[in-house]
Write a protein that binds this ligand. Structure first.
Ligand code: DC
Length: 226
């Protein structure tokens, strides 16, 4: 029997995973870990340093120079890459366009998974990503697999990006999501798949509150087991 609980949330890009994960962590007083932010920070570092993704040595050298930390304030994730807060940069299009290729690299995944497993060793956490229930914490006692209509997902993401990127188009956002879905589900290593024991949560027609209530109803019964 474990003395802490890990809630694993996986699913497609822009499905509202982080919104649910944050709300759940806040409600339960668990730590929230955004694993996608880690891959994004690596992608940002590679872009800035012109790391050649096809050059094994280049990638391994770069990974040795990457130190990632999370600071949590008001359940917002602030990710620190080598002492610099990069929470804003990692959400911009250059990173979004490159992150799937970066996250498909074996050495990158091995290092991120190692760090993620360390974070979950002794604490109650909610972690969201693509392989949390399958590869990072296959024994997590509760797993969700989130999905939603691709058009609805693109519209949500478009609304989020528009204030800072007035030239962006809905088509561009839709294409980027479709491309990432394709890459995430077809990559050789830890592709995005639903863990057999994951609870499916299709939130196309659900409000954030409804999703939270649903997730809480699955997690709360476990709280008296620790
Ligand atoms: O959740 P997100 O969109 O911020 O994730 C960014 C990218 O990182 C996404 O294209 C897939 C990848 N990712 C991954 O491969 N494994 C994870 N656990 C989390 C994210």
């Amino acid at each position: 029997m474990s003395n802490h609980i890990i809630v694993a949330i996986d699913g497609y890009s822009s499905c509202g995973k982080s919104t649910l994960a944050k709300a759940l962590a806040k409600e339960l007083n668990f730590i929230y870990v955004d694993s996608g932010a880690m891959y994004r920070a690596v992608a940002l570092y590679f872009l800035r340093n012109h790391t050649d993704l096809n050059n094994h040595e280049d990638v391994v050298d770069a990974l040795q120079n990457i130190h990632l930390n999370f600071h949590s304030r008001d359940y917002q994730t602030h990710i620190i890459l080598n002492d610099e807060e990069v929470s804003y940069e990692i959400r911009q299009m250059p990173v979004s366009e490159n992150v799937s290729s970066v996250s498909a690299i074996h050495e990158v995944r091995r290092e991120m998974v190692r760090q993620q497993q360390r974070m979950g060793r002794s604490k109650n956490i909610v972690m969201d990503g693509r392989d949390i229930g399958t590869a990072v914490f296959p024994d997590a006692p509760v797993k969700f697999f989130m999905t939603a209509d691709p058009i609805v997902r693109a519209e949500r993401r478009y609304k989020e990006l528009l204030p800072q990127n007035p030239e962006i188009t809905l088509e561009e956002v839709f294409e980027n999501l479709a491309h990432r879905d394709y890459q995430d589900t077809t990559r050789a290593e830890s592709p995005l798949v639903r863990a057999e024991d994951a609870i499916i949560l299709d939130n196309t027609d659900l409000t954030p509150d409804e999703q939270l209530m649903f997730a809480l109803s699955k997690v709360e019964p476990l709280l008296n087991t620790i």
